[in-house]
Design a protein around this ligand. Structure first.
Ligand code: EPZ
Length: 422
């Protein structure tokens, strides 16, 4: 368990390099289960969740070599490919469900304990199951486990997703690469991580078209082969550092990012009065020019405002002039950070999926708070940088699941954060 002590810091200034995307590399690692050949993945962030996914691949027979100096992972075929993922690994990370589709279509069977819910919602997998059933799988999910079998393989079909679920789109897309015939996913998720996964699968010999739109066509093939791939930069880490520049009234150059992946965050920061310029070697964000003012945000599936940026942006909104409205439409319980921010003086009112956020530049005061999930944790770190006095953030290990070297990167820009084992 980690604890951060965050001291009120001045405006952050300087340059920061964005790491590879957590939410791209996790399904890409799962996709290596589709082949019995070497795969090499580059620009991999060193995160707890990535280490768990490597252990999951090892648990079903892969040899996984990590070279964190080079941010590279090599996945080498082992003697056999198992089909059962141990519970103690699944309960550590919900994204373990991404191995269900690949294991099922490669071995004809997958036995995974149900990924737990977490603080942001109960995280069902009904859309994953519906999609795989439509491709011909038999799925039994009782109390704590989901068992999927397809001894005669999978058959391409039309799959309509009731909600553009990122994970369900990824699981179904991976399974469909080795199904017989063509699969069409309608109302598919359009996130950049889906496009990155499709690019990796196509390098392995898959035939996928339309990733990044709401309709994805996958023509099944006999077999796939190993491939090498560099993952995209993490758009949520990018957005987090953009907000860090704004909330501290600083001036940051954010390098190794893809501005096109953070358009809603750019738009909202500009609405608040921040200056955002797409420069040659990165995105320059300045919160030190104009007085920052309130705006409203509503989270939506991509290309809407990302739910993973909601907590971090709310922290900013507690420090601007005026009252903002925040609506969370993707998860049913993603305002846990509001009560923690209120302990710091933010006085946020939550009613169902809407939060009313009064702003005030000088209101936040350091307090002892808890990170309820990785994005809430990041939000509380940023709030701690501008709050009077000192903030003690407990359960900070959540942050380390999804942000590579977060305190170190911030301290290099002028923050004062100390990390302790709690
Ligand atoms: C992915 O989770 C991301 N995780 C999440 O990031 C992100 O918040 C989410 O997509 C939305 O963008 C990874 O990629 C590892 P969903 P996922 O399926 O796939 C409901 C972070 O902070 N739903 O798009 O689990 C679900 O309950 C994490 O990095 C069903 O009802 O998200 C939720 O309300 C947090 N049935 C909504 O859809 C299903 O079968 C969106 O979930 C699946 C999902």
């Amino acid at each position: 368990m980690s604890k951060y002590i965050i001291h009120q810091s001045g405006p952050l200034r300087g340059e920061v390099e964005i790491s590879g995307s957590k939410n791209a590399v996790l399904p890409i690692l799962a996709a290596t289960l589709l082949v019995d050949e070497l795969c090499e993945i580059y620009y991999v962030p060193r995160l707890l969740d990535v280490e768990v996914m490597c252990d999951i691949l090892r648990s079903v027979g892969k040899i996984v070599e990590t070279d964190w100096e080079a941010h590279t992972i090599r996945v080498i075929p082992g003697e056999r490919t198992g089909s059962e993922v141990p519970h103690e690994l699944v309960k550590r990370m919900r994204a373990s469900i991404f191995v269900m589709g690949p294991l099922l279509v490669k071995t004809g069977y997958a036995n995974i304990s149900l990924p737990g819910g977490c603080s942001i919602g109960n995280r069902p997998i009904d859309l994953h199951n519906k999609g795989l059933r439509t491709l011909g799988a038999k799925i039994m999910s009782d109390g704590g486990r989901v068992e999927a079998s397809a001894i005669y393989g999978l058959k391409g079909a039309l799959v309509y997703l009731d909600f553009p679920s990122v994970g369900a789109t990824e699981n179904i897309m991976m399974a469909a690469t080795l199904a017989r015939g063509v699969t069409t996913i309608e109302n598919a998720a359009e996130e950049p991580e889906i496009v990155d996964l499709a690019n990796f699968l196509n390098k392995m010999g898959a035939k996928i078209k339309g990733a990044g739109t709401d309709t994805i066509k996958i023509e099944g093939v006999e077999r796939l082969h190993g491939a090498k791939h560099t993952v995209i930069p993490d758009r949520i880490e990018t957005g987090t550092f953009m907000v860090a520049a704004a909330i501290t009234r600083g001036d940051l150059l954010i390098k190794n990012c893809v501005p096109d992946h953070v358009r809603p965050v750019i738009a909202k920061l500009i609405e608040c009065g921040a200056i955002v310029n797409d420069e040659v070697d990165g995105l320059r964000v300045r919160g030190d020019i104009n007085n920052l003012v309130a705006t409203d945000i509503k989270t939506l599936p991509y290309p809407g405002f990302p739910t993973d940026m909601q907590a971090v942006f709310m922290a900013l909104l507690t420090t601007v002039d005026g009252t903002s409205g925040v609506i969370e439409t993707v998860f049913e319980n993603r305002f846990m950070h509001a009560s923690e921010l209120s302990r710091m003086g933010a006085n946020i009112r939550v009613e169902g999926r809407k939060a009313v956020v009064p702003g005030n530049k000088h209101k936040l005061v350091g307090a002892s708070v808890i990170a309820t999930d990785l994005r809430a944790g990041a939000a509380l770190v940023l709030a701690g940088l501008v709050a009077k006095g000192t903030t003690e953030l407990h359960e900070a290990q959540h942050i380390e699941r999804g942000y590579e070297n977060f305190p170190e990167k911030l301290n290099a820009l002028g923050a004062k954060i100390e990390r302790f084992e709690d």
